[in-house]
Design a protein around this ligand. Structure first.
Ligand code: GLA
Length: 388
């Protein structure tokens, strides 16, 4: 009886003192993930090739440091001791060696698994193995865990994700914990003490506004972010899903608008294209420092939709030092003139200098009204700095 009591006290105090690792994501995480382009077609060579590309094309320097292997890295079954193991055909040197390879080059190592019994692609999930898996991930040098929600049965989302958070805590290696629960149980209401980011919707697809059963274009995802801004901040970000910038279903204008608005949303910037072979125009979007700076602003405030009329939207994001980002978005299918009378933007105080971040040009001050003819599905993105 006394033994049972001791065990009960130990178990309840273990979870009472467990917490997420603080301070790992003061600004939204940036990196690359295999899923959007490669799905199950992944390998050690691919990941090494991606690391080489990020290091040589300016992306690592721009901040993309997490390299995340999504679904399908696992062998179909756990080993005889219940340990999760990597597919030895896809990853012949093993994941510990791959992690060391990435760390030496200054990257951080991310991996995907699932809170259910099986991942969405049918590989072993973590349910019932959370503490064992967390120790395995720590031994492989994992720095970032994306934890999916397929095959969860009747499990309670908050409890399930909290269990994995506790497991990561007790394994002792700091890990960014990315909840991929698709927004089903409104994680913005409960996930701040559990993870560093949480998905707010189903999956993104490389289209503007298509709508599937589980996936959709970035414009549809954008609409679902309205009102969520109050739940985000340093170490706890809304995640409107990974980037489709540069993928074949988007025009260059749509990729640029998608990237701009994800930066306004203070979204995690996880590239999902083939960075080994992208055209310069795509690289220029992903590495535009002034645009990334909006996303990574230390104030850590998610932007909000200030105005929406059919075909036109204005989004704004408060930045540190009294600065603001403003994004004019032509969401319609025709060219459209969008005008701004600055005095109508009620959150502005006084006069500002205005810079166009895609033209990389200072374009005047808020003393003059602004108007621009914007192509369909495109944006003008501006940074405003207080001026005397
Ligand atoms: C879910 C997630 C995706 C991806 C796939 C992998 O659909 O939402 O981001 O991880 O699983 O199977």
């Amino acid at each position: 009886m006394r033994k049972l009591l001791c065990i009960l006290i130990f178990v309840s105090s273990a979870s009472a003192f467990a917490q997420k690792f603080d301070g790992l994501a003061p600004t939204p995480p940036m990196g690359w993930n295999s899923w959007n382009t490669f799905a199950g077609n992944i390998s050690e060579d691919l990941i090494k090739g991606v690391a080489h590309a990020l290091a040589s094309n300016g992306m690592q320097k721009a901040g993309y440091i997490y390299i995340v292997i999504d679904d399908c890295w696992e062998a179909m079954d756990r080993d005889s001791l219940g340990n999760i193991v990597a597919d030895s055909k896809k990853f012949p040197s093993g994941l510990k060696a791959l992690g060391e390879y990435l760390h030496v080059q200054g990257f951080k190592f991310g991996i995907h698994n699932c809170a259910g019994t099986r991942t969405c692609a049918g590989f072993p999930g973590g349910r019932g193995h959370e503490f064992q898996d967390a120790r395995t991930y720590a031994s492989w040098g994992i720095d970032y865990l994306k934890y999916d929600w397929c095959n969860h049965g009747t499990a309670n989302a908050e409890e399930t994700y909290r269990t994995m958070r506790d497991a990561l805590h007790w394994a002792g290696r700091p890990v960014v914990f990315s909840l991929c629960e698709w927004g089903n149980n409104r994680p913005w209401l409960w996930a701040e003490p559990i993870g560093h980011l949480w998905r707010t919707t189903g999956d993104i697809r490389d289209c503007y506004d298509c709508q599937g059963v589980y996936d959709m274009g970035w414009k549809i995802i954008l609409e679902k972010q309205v009102g969520l801004e109050k739940y985000a901040g340093p170490d706890h970000w809304n995640d409107p899903d990974m980037l489709e910038v540069g993928n074949k279903g988007l025009s260059l204008d749509e990729s640029r608008a998608h990237f701009s608005l994800w930066c306004i949303l203070a979204a995690p910037l996880i590239a999902g294209n083939d960075v080994r072979s992208m055209p310069d125009e795509t690289r220029d979007i992903l590495t535009n420092k002034e645009v990334i700076a909006l996303d990574q602003d230390p104030l850590g405030k998610q932007g909000f939709q200030f105005m929406e009329n059919p075909g036109k939207e204005i989004w704004a994001k408060e930045l540190s030092n009294g600065e603001w980002a403003i994004c004019l978005f032509n969401s319609g299918d025709n060219k459209m003139e969008i005008k701004i009378r600055w005095e109508n933007l009620s959150f502005l105080k006084g006069k500002y200098r205005v810079r166009d971040l895609w033209k990389k040009k200072d374009i005047g001050t808020t003393d003059e009204d602004y108007a621009s003819l914007i192509p369909p599905h495109s944006v003008v993105l501006m940074r405003l700095a207080p001026s005397k």
